[in-house]
Design a protein around this ligand. Structure first.
Ligand code: SF4
Length: 470
């Protein structure tokens, strides 16, 4: 089930617990706070005292899939969980993670956030050498590589994991649960976040740090790009599967996906967005009366723009909290209706006012166009649109469902053409430089803005578009 209405879709979220009783209950709360990263399906695998790995998974929200009975059927102090939004593979129960593998060298479970760019090549290689896939998700590829290596070459599992990681290319944060330990791995480009926390005598792993606060865990550190962290009864050990290591964190994690209460590589998401708002004002001031942010992900940037400009920040748009995320509404007409259902303009606030509208990003333009219309219908005399990111001109190959290349409004149109289509009085985007400045970083993935993909792609944009992959 792909949600429509929002134009960019989150990838997935992973969460793990080691050495804490009733681990499944804690994973439940952890996954609940990562729910914004995927609403299509979720699952938890625990390892019980008897060494048996047990799993419950299903399609839907965490609160829909799990109840007390199901959590009660998952005893143990080690567990991993996953929330899914499908960027590759069909939306079926088989593709809901964690995957669980039974094997004569020992069972293991695997949860993955991200996307592999060489999955087609690896799948062909593995199938040719006898692997049978349970799902169409490319996350399963790592499991087959590990299994094959452990079996064929009698390698210790950590060596098999290291060698398997060296064969895959792309964006990933993996959690692997075995009878005795949890392995946490992050891709060598540093595209996807993964953090380590402490809870009593145990450990916690999460795609986002906001999930630590919910269960009372303390942040310890981020898993480094190219690192494999092993957690077992001896404690935490670190090794690196690659000498090539970078910090090309997905800029969209800061701009749009992650919760404002999460810290990514030492930078709080709300603070990042607020700073982009300030920089946006410096780069593109607007002659206006009020600043209005598109709820929810643009509110921090709108606050920053308001502070820097001295213009009042007003609640000109209100989101209907109780409608939740809009589910499958495939037709354009339905999508447009969805936006209206989700958001309204506050007439008394915007009527007669020159509005600076702050949004986090511009993808197809459909949602922005509707919001501008809404503000004008509510009486706004001018609407100046400011985007807290550069124009999106390319698809993402790393697990973010941005839209198809053909649908990206900025891929094919000039700034003036886009302004006209959106019917705004002025239009401006944040620079790439400002994103580096806001994150106080020298590396970021900005590929969907500038086409500088940090990895080899194995596929052209045109091929990917034809495949309907994005
Ligand atoms: S291409 Fe864009 S969405 Fe994809 S990882 Fe890079 S910054 Fe993130």
């Amino acid at each position: 089930m792909k949600q429509q209405g929002a134009e960019i879709h989150e990838e997935c979220g992973v969460f793990g617990i080691f050495g804490v009783p009733d681990a499944a209950n804690l994973v439940y709360y952890g996954l609940h706070s990562l729910q914004h990263r995927g609403q299509e399906g979720c699952g938890i695998v625990v390892c019980g005292e008897d060494g048996v790995l047990r799993r419950v998974k299903g399609q839907g929200l965490v609160s829909e899939v799990f109840d007390e009975d199901k959590l009660g059927s998952l005893p143990g102090s080690m567990a991993i969980g996953h929330v899914r939004y499908s960027t590759t593979g069909a939306s079926t129960i088989e593709n809901v993670q964690p995957f669980l593998f039974h094997h004569n060298t020992g069972d293991f479970a695997l949860a993955h956030n991200g996307n592999l760019v060489n999955s087609q090549q690896l799948r062909r290689y593995l199938e040719d050498s006898g692997s049978l896939f349970q799902s169409s998700s490319d996350s399963e590829i790592l499991a087959h590589l590990i299994r094959k290596d452990t079996q064929d070459r009698k390698k210790p599992r950590i060596i098999a994991i290291r060698d398997a990681l060296n064969m895959i290319e792309g964006a990933f944060a993996f959690l692997i649960l075995t009878r005795h330990r949890i392995y946490a791995c992050r891709d060598k480009h540093g595209l996807r976040p993964l953090s380590l926390g402490r809870l009593g005598d145990g450990y916690v792993l999460s795609s986002e740090t906001c999930a630590f606060d919910v269960i009372g865990a303390e942040f310890v550190r981020d898993i480094e790009p190219g690192e494999i962290v092993t957690i077992d009864h001896q404690g935490v050990r670190s090794s690196f599967y690659s000498d090539f290591r970078h910090h090309f964190m997905c800029a969209m994690e800061y701009i749009y996906f992650s919760r404002p209460d999460s810290d990514i590589e030492g930078c709080n998401v709300h603070n990042f967005r607020k700073l982009t708002g300030r920089l946006l004002y410096e780069e593109a001031p607007a002659d206006a009366d009020i600043v209005v942010g598109v709820p929810d992900s643009s509110l921090s940037a709108a606050m920053g723009y308001s502070e820097a400009s001295g213009l009042p920040y007003e609640m000109g748009l209100v989101k209907n909290k109780y409608i939740g995320r809009t589910f499958i509404q495939p037709s354009q007409a339905m999508r447009e209706k969805g936006v209206k259902m989700k958001m309204s303009a506050v007439k008394t606030v915007v009527s007669g006012k020159r509005v600076v509208l702050i949004d986090d990003s511009l993808v197809r333009g459909t949602t922005s166009k509707r919001i501008v219309r809404m503000l004008r219908d509510a009486g706004a005399s001018e609407v100046h649109l400011r985007l807290a990111s550069p124009p999106i001109t390319r698809p993402c190959f790393y697990g973010v469902d941005i839209s198809t290349y053909d649908e990206l409004i900025c891929a094919h149109k000039s700034l003036e053409e886009v302004r006209e289509i959106l019917d705004v009085d002025s239009l401006a985007f944040l620079s790439e430089r400002a994103l580096y400045e806001a994150g106080r970083r020298s590396e970021l993935c900005l590929a969907c803005f500038n086409g500088h993909y940090p990895t080899y792609l194995y596929q052209s944009i045109e091929e990917a578009n034809k495949d309907g992959k994005f």
